[in-house]
Design a protein around this ligand. Structure first.
Ligand SMILES: [Fe+2]
Ligand SMILES: [Fe+2]
Length: 399
């Protein structure tokens, strides 16, 4: 038995919580689970907006049917084809054979590819309208936020933006569904971890989508993950604007790999110098212990970055290499980078980290430090100088 959750008189939340899946996309840890949000509009015509991941379909159907009863679904709007949302499209089609599946030019071939469905499809274009009776829906394409077919749907009467993955978050909805029913700041970190890792590569398409949507009067944002936002709209749009334009705050992420503690010691010494110079936000991570999604999320938050790695088989430590590759693939922009490395017989790590910083066009703090064996007096002083130089660079940008 489920109590229907209303966004307005005729618009309902029928999403589900997933507390069992360990890894989203079989990659990203979900310590707080994830919500797959779906919505239904009950008008002269019934429209379902996105579905849920197939493993959660039973709960979803119970919720859906508690809202619509025996009425058929007229339209299934597919804002995004990733199977965390489109996973139940085929089943909906089997249960409601007359349902029209609504998508854009790029959605429909995916519907065919994933489900072999070729009939009862309705193609919509940028700005097209769908009349449900009292409620009218408008469609806006938002390519690469997160896949090429992604679109958003705007409901004109209540001014609700069904935003697909945009403005989504990891984390389940634990009783509170709307942002003003909870301490919304609890979701900030998970929103940023979701954005940076899942959509972060596509900063410029997100910027385009934000510009396009800036003309709409939005009273509620109903994403496919995380809380429904009605009291923090400007705030979350501002967060997306910052993240997608790689605007960061004053602080330093120190990510190190260390086998026997020598590189970690260099990171510690550098961190102390950064703190002494007046930087208050310092986040230090061992890349072999903390999943890269958390480190990347903080890299999207803070401008300063120190990467520290020993040389391992004449390359970077493999776990640092994995982080470096992710940052490179994402094309993370506009950071100040300090580089530390250690080695026993031949040093390569500083060279590789310098190549990374150059490839991403980051500002590299001069005089990277590379120590042989354990940290000794001269390199200790160099670590301190590097930390101070990085901190001063950040402080100089305060105004
Ligand atoms: Fe997605
Ligand atoms: Fe998603």
């Amino acid at each position: 038995m489920y109590q229907p959750v209303q966004l307005s008189e005729d618009i309902f939340y029928v999403g589900v919580n997933d507390r069992r899946t360990e890894l989203f996309e079989n990659m990203w840890p979900l310590p707080r689970g994830v919500a797959y949000n779906s919505y239904v509009i009950k008008d002269e015509k019934i429209a379902l907006l996105d579905t849920v991941e197939i493993g959660q379909v039973e709960k979803f159907l119970k919720k859906l049917q508690s809202v619509i009863g025996d009425r058929p679904i007229d339209y299934l709007i597919v804002n995004h084809m990733e199977p965390d949302h489109a996973g139940s499209v085929n089943l909906i089609r089997q249960l409601y054979p007359d349902v029209k599946i609504v998508g854009n030019k790029k959605t429909l071939p995916m519907i065919e590819g994933f489900f072999e469905i070729t009939d009862n499809l309705m193609e919509v274009k940028e700005g097209d309208e769908l009349d449900l009776g009292k409620h009218k829906l408008q469609f806006y394409l938002a390519p690469m936020v997160h896949w090429p077919e992604t679109m958003v749907t705007y409901e004109e009467t209540q001014k609700i933006l069904f935003s697909a993955d945009a403005f989504g978050s990891f984390g389940t909805l634990d009783g509170s569904i709307f942002d003003d029913e909870m301490d919304f700041s609890y979701f900030h970190d998970e929103m940023r971890r979701y954005y940076s890792n899942i959509v972060g590569k596509y900063g410029s398409p997100v910027q385009k989508a934000l510009k396009k949507l800036s003309g709409l009067d939005i009273k509620m944002i109903a994403s496919t993950h995380g809380p429904i936002i009605r009291s923090h709209i400007e705030e979350v749009i501002g967060m997306y604007d910052d993240w997608s334009s790689f605007k960061t705050g004053e602080g330093v992420v120190i990510a190190f790999a260390s086998m026997y503690g020598n590189t970690e010691e260099m990171a510690e010494v550098t961190a102390r110098a950064i703190a002494e110079a007046g930087i208050k936000e310092i986040r230090m991570y061992d890349v072999s212990k903390t999943h890269s999604s958390y480190i990347i999320s903080d890299i999207f938050k803070y401008k300063g970055l120190v990467l520290a790695s020993p040389t391992y088989s004449n390359e970077l430590h493999p776990n640092m290499e994995a982080l470096a590759n992710k940052l490179k693939h994402m094309g993370v922009k506009d950071h100040c980078l300090g580089i530390l490395g250690s080695y026993t017989w031949a040093g390569t790590s500083v060279k590789r980290l310098t190549e990374l910083g150059e490839a991403l066009k980051w500002e590299i703090i001069e005089n990277s430090v590379e120590e042989k064996h354990t940290l000794k007096k001269q390199k200790y002083e160099e670590c301190r100088r590097l930390g101070k130089a990085l901190a001063e660079k950040l402080i100089a940008e305060r105004n």
